[in-house]
Ligand binder design. Sequence first.
Ligand code: NAD
Length: 277
Amino acid sequence: MTTVPTITLNDGNEIPQLGFGVFKVDPDETERIVTDALEAGYRHIDTAAIYGNEEGVGRALAKSGIARDELFITTKLWNDNQGTQAAHAAIDESLTKLGLDHVDLYLIHWPSAFRGLYTESWLALEEIKAAGKARSIGVSNFQVPHLEEIIAASDTVPAVNQIELHPEFQQRTVREFAVGHGIHIEAWGPLGQGKYDLFGNPAVAQAAAATGKTPAQVVIRWHLQNGLILFPKSNSAERIAENFDVFDFELTSEQIAAIDALDANNRVGADPDTATF
Ligand code: NAD
């Protein structure tokens, strides 16, 4: 069976570098699709309260019979549950839906800065970790000033920052800050969410032709060889397996450099600084 490399987070916990994400996976199909992913070998699942599919994830986990300590489960605090009391209630609700007594990673989903609550929420996540309900805690969509603020206000540096990151949007500023502070980056939308022709780009297509792998596998390898954590999403069992079959080849430094050169500030999702949710 494939062994996925793990990354040691700044709190000593280990995270499988490749997982499976369930954003926009229909709640009615989640149990089947996560079961497909577990059967393909994934052990790291990334969900969120707002995805509405934590119950389906939980059913798939329970049905799988896989030991809890072999799984790495992430969920996220939604924006309208920021603040101390709401965050404590939200993790309890997520754990109930997932059928778990703890998650491996709990994230603040967005800074949602207009609410003025992300630092208070971060302190609540520290309490949630102390209570054993999350083994690791981190953030998502945080920009450098948001990170600076919570680091200054607390005793905990986030274990991860989960941000939009793909070849045309490489987030060098946030990555540099993260590296300097021991924060690992998780790349969401690692395949660009299919919103531009990433797979037809010559740098990707040529690497695919040279390695005999698919363009999606090349992009996943680019993330892995850049030290990023990722969890591409697909509803199809075939692509779920394809996206996991990435440990039998390596990109050369030239192939990596050609994809590194695609950075074009092409954000395909919401901008954390202007988002109004
Ligand atoms: P993604 O970049 O993983 O793209 C998914 C799309 O790529 C699929 O819908 C499919 O159309 C296509 N695809 C997948 N495998 C393919 C293959 N082998 N060949 C061709 N096409 C393929 O986008 P995503 O789902 O948005 O991101 C991955 C995960 O990141 C999510 O499921 C979620 O867990 C997380 N996420 C987090 C946030 C956040 O705000 N924290 C936002 C978006 C996503």
